[in-house]
Design a protein around this ligand. Structure first.
Ligand code: PEP
Ligand code: MG
Length: 845
């Protein structure tokens, strides 16, 4: 073997070792060698070398063993490109045979030598020779007796003696590890973690340092921060007379730092402890990452066997990245790149104030993060009833099933007796952003009696208030004080850096004051879409809305709209006030009118009562308003053209609210958006009406105000004719939900039935309602942007469909020259970070 062999390489400071060819572990070990840290001699095998081994082409074993001398024991560890992709387990003490055993018994003592040999026989038998694991794992004796039993068992099962030749042992270990990586199960597992199909495996062959024997010997693992919080905390364990990661399992393990809970390495071997801290700190600075080190102490001397990135929660990932940048170890730009934007949503939920007292009833599995307080309900229908009374509730079930989905939507948190991290409640809870604790078996669930009994005897009944902490897995009595988690200082720092880097604005889709507050909290730069129809579904308004729909004459309709006007004005005034002068884009009424009408006979009867009409009249009118294909029917701007009084009322409400909110706050320039446009003339007609309303309001009030009119591009025709439309408006906002529906001719409401078959069979790479179809729908977006800007250079461009918050769409929209994206409030931070990463990536190339 040569030092510059790119496939089998002794790791030296200058050897040709790279993560892309030899894996992350090999590269990390080289970095440690360069830092002059005490790393045992190591040889790295490249992905290609391991691939050849799997195919049966072994390297020259003599060459491979040469750097290690004669009697040394070796271990082999996996080294995949990304440590998170895993790999076969390490095999320790290769080279152990009867002769080495005898020699080590003299040097280290009989017990220690037998422990090393026993461990090797066990792992060789199970992982390399593939003998029955039960036989070897059930050997309870340790030391010489255990070893004799293991060697006998090996001979019985394998029908040959335990191999004595180190080269034979090593070759067999390498072959089995290489083949394990190529197996189907391993491949599927790593692909699930994001590894590409052809991900390679490197292997490192390392000289063993004995964690057993004379003086203080043992092994352990150390990191300088907590994996949960990312805060400084010397974390790990040490176990005397042990190897590998035994310390993390052993009950006799020591704490590292002095600890009131028990003895520590610091007390047992102060110098080794001090060295260990110094080495790990050096790794942090020089490797520019929080590292977890695996170490062995041999007769008092510390050796570093390995370093991997500290495993971390999302919260910890943010803190670690920000702290490294704050300490000047990495630039802020790099800190931004180290946090996965998609993970941020975990942090965006409320959390129980860590400084508040907790009245804990029980603990379960923390299945979906965030915390919420509500009254206990025991069924999905009770949850819905509670939500309709605006009373937050916690849905308590033995376990949940698909019939509970509506109840889960209605609840603020879910608590189940059974289940684990992948149970129905856990998966759905995470999808909905709903705090969830599952497997709370400490509580006794009496579903028939509708009670829960805590381990301390307290009994909780339906209607009692509890807090579910889905982050810690705790169930607390009463209403615990909650914190908006976005206020965490490191999160804010990271988002501040993101805002400094990104070059596309992020707004929120917000329909209600609560949404708008969340949007502001997450620093959205305005509201990109306020769907006004949601304002009409509240009980007191719905009835007036129905009166308006049922009006026989324009005069009656106007009378009903006059009653709706002050309600709309109040809605808009509140939104403008919350947004404090930031842009608010209000979409005029969009859905078909019959969506506001009752659909069953009981509803018709109620409506007949309320409107003082015969039931038959109501039923007939409801039927008459029905459409065969409502999504392509009387909706959007078509309402504005045929029933102009509705848009007139909304425009008036917007302008009067503008005057009111500007009076005592920052000046407001409202944006009014026309939905479902397909022709220039529609825009001209609606614009004429809106301008007339503005003139009337200015005249009546004597107040000046500005406004902007824009068009929502949701039909393919509007995209194609953007050049005609753009001169008549200030902005175009792409409603990619409807645009996807119409481009594919695929119903947004029904596609779910066959979408999974389509995706499985590769007809569509992804569900286009989740992931923007950049080829088809994207082409329309690009085309409309180009044509629109050519006709109107100052035209503002944006996207406000559900795709707006996803990192891929942001990349696409930015490249197409869009000014902003708008997404649901909880996705705003995700979008801000994703936009920053894209900008940084472009800057650094
Ligand atoms: C859209 O169609 O993309 C859109 C944002 O509007 P809605 O989802 O309300 O139809
Ligand atoms: Mg739409």
């Amino acid at each position: 073997m040569q030092q510059d062999d790119p496939h089998i390489t002794l790791i030296t400071p200058t050897a040709p070792v790279a993560a892309k060819t030899h894996g992350g572990r090999a590269k990390c070990l080289q970095r440690l060698v360069r830092l002059d840290l005490p790393v045992p001699r190591t040889v790295a095998l490249s992905f290609d070398a391991v691939h050849q081994i799997a195919a049966g082409q072994m390297p020259d074993m003599g060459d491979l063993l040469a750097p290690f001398g004669n009697a040394a024991l070796l271990c082999v560890r996996p080294s995949s490109e990304d440590p998170d992709w895993g790999g076969p387990g390490a095999v320790l003490n290769i080279g152990m045979n009867d002769a080495v055993h005898a020699d080590l018994a003299d040097r280290l003592g009989k017990e220690a030598a037998a422990t090393l040999y026993l461990r090797f026989v066990q792992s060789y038998a199970i992982h390399v020779a593939r003998l029955d694991p039960d036989t070897f794992e059930s050997i309870t004796h340790t030391g010489p007796a255990g070893l004799a039993a293991a060697l006998d068992a090996y001979e019985d099962e394998a029908e040959e003696e335990f191999p004595q030749e180190p080269a034979v042992q090593l070759a067999a270990v390498l072959r089995s590890m290489a083949r394990a990586w190529e197996g189907t199960t391993a491949r599927l597992l790593r692909q699930a973690k994001g590894a590409p199909v052809d991900a390679g495996l490197g292997l490192v062959v390392q000289e063993m340092v004995f964690g057993v024997g004379q003086g203080e010997s043992g092994s352990g693992v150390i990191q300088l921060v907590s994996s949960e919080t990312g805060l400084p905390q010397i974390t790990g364990r040490y176990l005397s007379q042990s190897q590998g990661r035994d310390a993390l399992r052993g009950e006799a393990s020591l704490y590292l730092e002095r600890d009131p809970r028990g003895p520590s390495l610091e007390e047992l071997a102060p110098q080794a402890f001090a060295d260990l801290i110094e080495y790990t700190k050096l790794m942090r600075v020089k490797l520019r990452a929080e590292m977890q080190a695996e170490f062995t102490i041999e007769n008092g001397k510390v050796w570093l066997l390995d370093g991997v990135r500290v495993p971390r929660s999302t919260r910890a990932a943010v803190r670690i990245a920000v702290q490294l940048a704050t300490d000047g170890i990495i630039p802020p730009q790099e800190a931004l790149m180290r946090v996965d934007p998609r993970m941020l949503s975990e942090l965006l939920h409320r959390q129980v104030d860590p400084n508040a007292p907790r009245d804990r009833l029980a603990r379960g599995i923390a299945a979906s993060p965030g915390a919420a307080t509500g009254r206990i309900v025991f069924s999905a229908s009770e949850a819905q009833a509670s939500a309709s009374r605006d009373e937050p509730c916690i849905l308590v079930r033995r376990e949940t099933s698909p019939e509970d989905i509506r109840g889960m939507h209605a609840a603020v948190a879910v608590l189940t007796e059974r289940g684990g991290m992948t149970s129905h409640a856990a998966v759905i809870g995470r999808g909905l952003g709903l705090p969830c604790v599952v497997g709370a078996t400490e509580l006794r669930f009496h579903l028939r009696k509708k009670t829960l009994t805590a381990p301390d005897g307290r009994v909780l009944r339906a209607g009692d208030v509890i807090t579910v902490d889905g982050t810690s897995g705790e169930i607390l009595a009463g209403a615990a004080p909650l914190l908006e988690s976005a206020q965490d200082d490191t999160f804010q720092t990271l988002m501040g850096w993101a805002d400094a880097e990104r070059d596309i604005a992020v707004r929120a889709n917000a329909d209600t004051p609560a949404d708008a507050l969340t949007a502001r909290n997450f620093n959205a730069e305005g509201i990109g879409l306020c769907r006004t129809e949601h304002m009409f579904f509240e009980a007191d308004r719905l009835i007036v809305m129905r009166e308006m729909i049922f009006a026989n004459t324009a005069q009656d309709r106007r009378a009903a709209l006059e009653r709706l006007l002050p309600m709309q004005r109040a809605d808009f005034t509140e939104l403008f006030r919350i947004m404090q002068g930031q842009p608010v884009c209000i979409r005029l009424l969009d859905p078909p009118l019959h969506e506001f009408l009752p659909h069953d006979r009981a509803g018709h009867r109620e409506l007949a009562d309320a409107l003082d009409l015969p039931l038959s009249d109501v039923t007939r009118r409801v039927e008459a308003l029905g459409e065969y294909n409502p999504m392509l029917g009387m909706r959007g701007v078509r309402l504005g053209i045929t029933v102009p009084e509705i848009y007139d009322m909304q425009a008036r409400a917007i302008f009067e609210a503008t005057i009111e909110a500007s009076r005592d706050g920052a000046p407001v320039v409202p944006e009014i958006m026309i939905p479902l446009v397909s022709a220039k003339r529609e825009v001209e007609l609606v614009k004429t009406h809106i301008d007339a309303v503005a003139a009337a309001v200015r005249n009546e009030t004597g107040q000046k105000f500005d406004y902007r009119i824009g068009v929502m591009v949701e039909t393919p025709r509007a995209a194609l004719r953007a050049g005609d439309i753009a001169p008549h408006c200030a902005f175009l906002s792409f409603g990619t939900n409807d645009l996807t529906q119409m481009t594919y001719g695929l119903s947004r409401d029904d596609a779910g039935r066959f979408m999974s078959t389509y995706v499985q069979q590769g007809v569509f790479p992804e569900d286009p309602f989740h992931t923007l179809d950049q080829e088809g729908v994207g082409e329309l977006l690009r085309l409309a942007a180009e044509r629109g800007r050519a006709a109107h250079p100052d035209l503002v461009l944006s996207i406000c469909g559900e795709h707006g918050g996803s990192p891929e769409s942001i990349d696409f929209c930015r490249a197409a020259g869009f000014d902003y994206v708008s997404c649901s409030p909880f996705r705003v931070p995700v979008a801000r970070l994703a936009a920053a990463q894209i900008a940084v990536r472009d800057k650094i190339g």
